[in-house]
Design a binder for this molecule. Structure first.
Ligand code: ADP
Ligand code: ZN
Length: 676
């Protein structure tokens, strides 16, 4: 008897023989101990026959290419040593999902397994103590009567056996309440709830705890490996009914799930940017299909793709058009910074007046500037010199707290000198704004404010984010200033003013999604204002007030924005009218890169007749917008086409082509979000 064993490494399954005595016991989904290279490894049984494509347990090469055909030579299979479980540990459908992920993202099942299951499972580790400290005194849930719109949406969900829903509800329309009721209505079945990265989850966690008490397991990025293992075990052993968490919660090992919920489905953080570049939202859609269950995608600003698919009937539309209690949407005002009178480099007098007034009325404000650090560069005014990262083609951001220049790509830093390294001049100026500088200016201008900054630098420590949110709730903060973190999901009833300091940061990035992102971000920020009894107001400072995005932000007009954006996408044949695969090539040496990429380009053209058959367009290879990161010169190539399978085939053909040229480091991204 032979079995295929999958290890949490970047490879497909390996085949082993099963010693007598273990044959009766062994089943798919169980862990086994098997000899691997010179040592032993724990893996998962994924197949009980000798299926084609699996590799011999003896094979010494555990490289990354799973397309290699198994050797024809009959090799005696190595026997496995031990079966570690009495019953399958990984549910069958989860194994199917893992396989799907490996194939769809042009990676391997092994890497998918590594992403899906905590490392401790393969190390025989015991779980850590659950020291997830959240609010001890969970506020008991108050029963609310659903609004008519909520009821309608919920009954549509409850009626269905399976299928995907888009819950498009304006900010503050009570989407979370629908999630909770839909879970309550799903009886004994388990539920997976995905929320975006960053611990904004704190508020949602409290809400879930007050409704479901200890029947919820939490997954977030702050868990230690031991804690993660404990949560995973709780789910696996049926001790909880709900898994609430970021990305990896999509792989929660439930045996009988009935419902998956994706809150803020448009969030870019559902996509993993390192290693296996999966989108948790898309994996969730695949899982719902495999399990034959319901899935709800919720958002006030759905991604253009999702909204389009809903229009085509792939998801059922559910709409909440009003805020709870018919609270009005906040009034939005654009402040033209090319003309506005300024109180400081960052603030118009107008905005300062508004903030001052809001303070004296005893209300809270949010301020967003989507760039951390003090200023995005230091420049010598005499010769124009700016500090660049020695390893990346990026200017260094000055951080005042540490008095260093930091690279936001590779995290390296250096101390600036008093004189210009180029001309020895002494007129060195801070150019541009970051959150630290906006905080400093405001502190000087309105010293009576209790001001807090929230960005990646102030929330590095465990629970730091949670404390800021709590202080905001407890009214210890008047103004919360930060990066996009301040725009996320919060429900602070006393926030009546939300402002953007410098809207232009994100408007013109070389990415076809930059307008969409900007619209979403501003609409989400606006959604934080006026959620309580008082009217909300939103102020957006910009040097480009004529940009079309603002027309729609002003009127909270998602549908209008969608109509405009979908036309542009259609014209350029970008998603949802096509699919993309991006390949990034990295080189140690700039000249080599040019030479080799030219060669690659030629080869692709030679073989093009094949690729054109399947209607695939190849853009590039060309230098990536960020040309160098960590001392690697980057080139990229984007494949565009309608058929996912044909696109993947074309991509793997290109990868094979490249293999002939020599060892080029290449990285593949299916459905890329980041094009930089
Ligand atoms: P969204 O997720 O759509 O932004 P929330 O679910 O956070 O909105 O709801 C906004 C606020 O309204 C929350 O404080 C929530 O507790 C409250 N809420 C939700 N549904 C109702 C209801 N039917 N009646 C009264 N309050 C509600
Ligand atoms: Zn760098």
């Amino acid at each position: 008897m032979q079995v295929n064993i999958l290890f949490p490494i970047n490879a497909e399954a390996f085949t082993y023989s099963v010693p007598e005595g273990l044959e009766e016991k062994i089943k798919p989904g169980m862990r086994v101990l098997a000899p691997f290279r010179r040592g032993k490894k724990v893996g998962i049984v994924v197949g009980m026959d000798n299926s084609v494509g699996a590799r011999r347990g003896l094979a010494l090469n555990d490289g990354t290419d799973h397309r290699v055909a198994p050797s024809e030579k009959e090799i005696t299979l190595k026997p496995l040593e031990e079966v570690l479980d009495d019953e399958p540990l990984i549910p069958e459908n989860l194994l199917k999902l893992i396989k799907w992920v490996g194939e769809y993202y042009m990676s391997t099942s092994g890497l998918a397994l590594k992403n899906a299951v905590p490392a401790g499972i393969f190390e025989g580790k015991k779980g850590g103590k659950g020291r997830i400290v959240y609010d001890e005194k969970v506020v008991p849930a108050t029963a609310v009567n659903l609004t008519w719109e909520q009821q309608t949406a919920l009954s549509e969900i409850n009626k269905a056996e399976a299928g995907a829903f888009l819950l498009h509800g304006v900010t503050g329309s009570g989407k979370t309440e629908i999630y909770i009721r839909a879970i309550e209505a799903s009886g004994d079945k388990e539920a997976i709830v995905l929320v975006p990265e960053i611990a904004l989850t704190t508020q949602i966690i409290d809400r879930f705890r007050s409704r479901f008490h200890d029947r919820v397991a939490f997954f977030h990025s702050g868990l230690s490996p031991g804690e993660r293992l404990t949560q995973w075990r709780k789910i696996r052993d049926g001790k909880v009914r709900i898994a609430l968490g970021v990305r990896s919660a999509v792989f929660a090992p439930f045996k009988n799930p009935g419902l998956i919920i994706i809150d803020e489905e448009h969030e870019a953080s559902y996509k993993q940017f390192e290693g296996l570049k999966y989108s948790a939202r898309d994996v969730a859609l695949a899982r719902a299909k495999i399990e034959g269950i319901k899935i709800i995608l919720g958002s006030a600003t759905p991604s253009i793709e999702t909204y389009y698919h809903a229009g085509k009937g792939k998801l059922a539309f559910l709409e909440l058009t009003h805020r709870i209690e018919r609270k009005p949407m906040p009034r939005v005002e654009i402040i033209d910074m090319t003309r506005a009178e300024k109180g400081s480099p960052a603030y118009s007098k107008k905005l300062l007046g508004v903030l001052r007034e809001n303070l004296s009325a005893g209300r809270q404000s949010l301020i967003m500037l989507n760039r951390r650090g003090y200023s995005p560069f230091l420049m010598c005014v005499d010769c124009g010199y700016t500090y660049k990262c020695p390893a990346c083609s990026i200017t260094l951001t000055y951080h005042k707290d540490t008095k260093t220049l930091k690279c936001h790509y590779c995290n390296s830093f250096l101390k600036p000198q008093d004189v210009c390294p180029q001309c020895k001049g002494i007129n060195i100026k801070f150019i541009g704004l970051g959150t630290q500088r906006a905080e400093e200016e405001l502190g000087v201008l309105l010293p009576e404010l209790s001001l807090k900054r929230m960005d990646r630098d102030t929330t590095r420590k465990k629970l730091a984010h949670y404390r800021i949110v709590k202080d905001m709730e407890d009214r210890k903060i008047d103004v919360l200033l930060g990066t996009q973190m301040v725009a996320r999901g919060h429900d602070f009833p006393d926030v009546t003013v939300a402002a953007v300091v410098f809207a232009d940061v994100a408007l013109n990035l070389p990415d076809f999604r930059s307008s969409e992102r900007t619209f979403q971000l501003f609409t989400q920020l606006a959604g934080r204002a006026g959620r309580g009894d008082m009217h909300g107001e939103v102020y957006i400072q910009t040097y480009e007030p004529g940009h079309y995005v603002f027309d729609y932000v002003l009127n909270h007009d998602y549908a209008g924005f969608y109509r405009k954006e979908i036309e542009l996408r259609k014209e350029l044949s970008y998603p949802p009218f096509s699919r993309l695969i991006r390949i990034v090539f990295s080189f140690r040496n700039k000249e080599d890169a040019v030479k080799i990429m030219k060669d690659v380009s030629k080869k692709i053209q030679d073989s093009r007749f094949k690729i054109q058959d399947s209607n695939i367009e190849i853009l590039g290879p060309s230098p990536a917008p960020v040309e160098k990161i960590r001392n690697y010169w980057r080139w990229h190539l984007v494949l565009k086409g309608k058929n996912a399978k044909a696109l993947r085939q074309a991509a793997s053909r290109i990868l094979e082509l490249i293999k002939d040229i020599g060892s080029i480091k290449s990285d593949i991204d299916v459905d890329p979000i980041n094009m930089l």
